[in-house]
Write a protein that binds this ligand. Structure first.
Ligand SMILES: [Zn+2]
Ligand SMILES: [Zn+2]
Length: 342
């Protein structure tokens, strides 16, 4: 079978790899679509993973083989599945920090989403696999995983009707957060980015104001938009380290900052420590998603509470992963969500 294998920065090869064999409780899926995630882009640009590796985790497809012991699924089912599974019993899981569980990152689909066929291990089948409703296309279903990550992040925030929200980053995650917070009844939503195209496109999701950070100072702009109060919630949805400091300076007293992006780990920044005690701001991190979000996310897309189609701007072939990566980072390519199909 073919897979798009990541070897090095600028070196992705569409090549022949062994088709995985499945064992007890496992399922073999023919990949029908796989989203290109911001974390895939980050890994490929900065080589933060051991290589060679097949990336991609926003995969969906059709079951072509089921192992002994699989009872809930059969050949022909259209399915969603996640790549990581917590153990549900360790000290982190008991505290509902499922994505910090040691088992979480040890579990994975094989070889990865950017592959013609994917072996889904027993734990992933049992805890994360769902049959995709007929009304949901494979393309839209690729958004179940990123939407679930957003749902997990939102659980950590205390959001109220009328809140003012700043979303930093008008990519797919920004567009998902926009739709989610609007559905929760927040007041105004502001979005910042460097791409005029994305800022224009995201206006479709009920945005009150946009800020191009190439042209405007974000803190000044937010002050202008909020009568010098700041926003109640700032969501960092772009992996630019300076955004964390900006986010902290954009929230009102009592404000919450949700950090939703990987930064390069050695990044140090100066933050006014008084903001935590005197202004009671909080900074909350959120990584990945858990088995408790997938069916909720899937139903939200199926019920059109989240408009997936509006977000998908490009569909490319598995053989074109490198092109997809370059498109995602080229501001002139006007991309929001890129989907890879076999
Ligand atoms: Zn993702
Ligand atoms: Zn655990």
């Amino acid at each position: 079978m073919k897979a798009a294998v990541y070897y090095d920065i600028g070196d992705i090869r569409y090549e022949e790899v062994d088709k995985p064999a499945i064992g007890f409780g496992e399922v073999l899926v023919k990949m029908e679509a796989c989203g290109l995630c911001g974390t895939d882009i980050h890994k490929m640009l900065h080589k933060t993973v051991d290589t060679p590796v097949v990336l991609g985790h926003e995969a969906v497809g059709k079951i072509v083989e089921v192992g002994d012991g699989v009872e809930k699924f059969k050949v022909g089912d259209r399915v969603f599945f996640a790549h990581h599974v917590p153990c549900f019993t360790c000290e982190y899981c008991i505290r509902e920090k499922y994505t910090l569980c040691n088992q979480f990152k040890e579990t994975n689909i094989h070889p990865g989403g950017f592959s013609e066929y994917i072996r889904v291990p027993r734990l992933n089948v049992e805890n994360t696999m769902h049959i995709i409703p007929e009304s949901l296309s494979y393309m839209e279903a690729t958004l179940i995983e990123p939407l679930s990550c957003c749902l997990y992040g939102l659980k950590k925030l205390n959001i109220r009707y009328g809140d003012k929200v700043l979303i930093m980053g008008a990519g797919q995650v920004g567009a998902l957060f926009c739709q989610l917070v609007k559905s929760l009844g927040v007041g105004e939503v502001f979005v910042s980015d460097i791409s005029d195209y994305k800022l224009e496109k995201i206006k479709d999701f009920g945005v009150s104001g946009t800020i191009n950070v190439f042209e405007e100072n974000i803190v000044d702009s937010i002050n202008k938009l909020t009568n010098n109060k700041g926003v109640n919630i700032a969501i960092v949805a772009a992996g630019v380290p300076s955004l964390l400091k900006d986010a902290i300076n954009c929230v009102d007293r009592g404000g919450q900052v949700l950090v939703f992006s990987p930064f390069n780990s050695e990044t140090l920044m100066e933050i006014d420590g008084d903001k935590f005690f005197n202004d009671e701001i909080s900074v909350i991190g959120s990584y990945s998603s858990t088995p408790y979000e997938y069916d909720i996310g899937m139903n939200m897309i199926a019920n059109k509470e989240i408009d997936g189609n509006k977000m998908i701007t490009h569909v490319l072939k598995l053989s074109e992963l490198e092109k997809a990566l370059n498109m995602s980072t080229d501001i002139d390519e006007n991309s929001m969500k890129i989907i890879i199909e076999p």
